[in-house]
Design a protein around this ligand. Structure first.
Ligand code: FMN
Length: 412
């Protein structure tokens, strides 16, 4: 039976994203989109001026949350600014006007955005956007100096570039990806994998036959990349050892590209160190080729009509996760393997159980080849010493969180 997962609200990081009145306010929508895409909950707030620049409907549509604009909202029973500040792991003001910087510097709380920032329980981030003369004005400089002195607010940008008036100078808001990355970094300090180092492998390996041909497999790398992105979003320092895939590197993740199983082995040894102390957990989502051509030709093998096609003798590749398990003397690093089979659920689970025992790993993610390879979704069961979970069908992003939930438990 397949069970569809429900989102676990307790594990999602929450950003109160406040927009104030500058032309750059439209870029806050992209920041919201990036944060939502990374799996965070975004609670949008807007000042009255901001609503003149961007429609609240756009922001609420992207965030899937109502936009809060009024501290005196009669439909809210209680103190809205306190409730927002309580829920938010980070309060981010994007774009931040000269005026809101002044309000923050002086501890004012005369509107919902300023009051929420003043009440924040976690970090506050501002992404200023204004004309260069406003930015360089002594009053703005003094406000920023005061915020720096208080040490409660991080500032992203602005940068030098053209502003809305056509003038060029310091005052253009930082790009949305930069702002989203800075928010992610603040959120990482609040995640349940904060302070953990996780090594993830992803994608296929390509084993050369000659300089132009290889033996490979259909792994897209999506599951491993989703695991790396979600582990990072939950606070881990992540090293992603990636086989040949065409996927962008998740924000904040250290990526090491490899092609063959031997190269993946070397990259893992480098990331883990001789005593395996370089990681708290290793998640082997890569589809490492079991076999490679015993010898690769140095030149392209030619077609010869007069003789039979060449036979490719195979050699066995090292079993990377079993090698790491055999070197492990204590509970760390926690080892997570994937078992991919072509049979029905029972044979996939049987194979996963055998893998758990024979390779001496802590958790095996069981999945079927026809549901996994090349798909954005998958259906998996988690098998550990305590037994097997039911199969769950979901996006690879959602499944990554399920696997990481179990990893957090195993890490204790
Ligand atoms: C067309 C237009 C563009 C503006 N752009 C900016 C800007 O980029 N940065 C800024 O600090 N203020 C800008 N302002 C001024 C702010 O909107 C104004 O100071 C407002 O009171 C800020 O209110 P808020 O901080 O509550 O959103 C702009 C005003 C207008 C009319």
């Amino acid at each position: 039976m397949t069970e569809r997962p429900r989102p676990n609200e307790s594990r999602r990081r929450v950003v109160a994203l406040a927009v104030t009145g500058s032309i750059a306010a439209y870029k806050a929508v992209e920041v919201a989109r990036l944060l939502v895409k990374a799996g965070h909950r975004v609670l949008p707030l807007m000042t009255a001026s901001a609503t003149r620049f961007v429609g609240p409907v756009t922001l609420s549509g992207i965030c899937g949350e109502p936009v809060a604009t009024d501290m005196w909202d009669p439909t809210y029973p209680g103190e809205l600014h306190v409730a927002l500040a309580d829920r938010a792991d980070v309060v981010a003001i994007v774009s931040a006007t000269a005026d809101v910087l002044a309000r923050l510097a002086h501890g004012r709380a005369d509107d919902l955005v300023a009051a929420t920032a003043l009440c924040a329980k976690g970090p506050v981030l501002v992404a200023p956007a204004m004309h260069p003369r406003m930015w360089s004005h002594p009053a703005t400089r003094a406000n920023l100096a005061e915020l720096a002195r208080q040490g409660r607010v991080s500032v992203v940008g602005p940068v030098v570039g053209p502003v809305a008036s056509g003038d060029v100078g310091m005052g253009r808001m930082a790009e949305p990806v930069e702002i989203a990355r800075a928010i992610e970094e603040l959120l990482a300090g609040a995640g349940d994998l904060s302070g953990r180092r996780v090594v993830v492998t992803a994608g296929p390996t390509f084993e050369p036959i000659d300089p132009v041909r290889f033996l490979g497999n259909r792994s897209s790398g999506r599951m491993g990349f989703a695991l790396a992105a979600r582990a990072r979003a939950r606070g881990a320092d992540v090293v992603l050892v990636a086989g040949p895939v065409a996927l962008p590197t998740p924000a904040g993740v250290e990526r090491r590209d490899v092609e063959t199983a031997e190269q993946m082995r070397a990259a893992l040894a480098d990331a883990l160190g001789p005593d395996l102390g370089g990681a708290d957990a290793v998640v082997m989502a890569a589809a490492v080729a079991d076999f490679r051509p015993a010898s690769a030709s140095g030149t392209k093998i030619k077609k010869d009509a007069s003789s039979a096609p060449p036979a490719i003798a195979l050699a066995q590749n090292p079993d990377l996760i079993a090698e790491i398990a055999s070197k492990r003397s204590g509970p760390k690093p926690v080892l997570v393997a994937f078992a991919l089979e072509t049979g029905d659920d029972a044979s996939v689970l049987g194979y996963a159980r055998r893998k758990l025992e024979q390779k001496r790993v802590d958790l095996v993610v069981a999945n079927a080849a026809h549901e996994s390879l090349g798909h954005a979704d998958n259906r998996v069961a988690l098998v550990d010493a305590a037994g097997a979970s039911p199969f769950v069908a979901a996006t690879k992003d959602a499944l990554a969180d399920r696997i990481l939930d179990r990893l957090v438990t195993l890490l204790g």
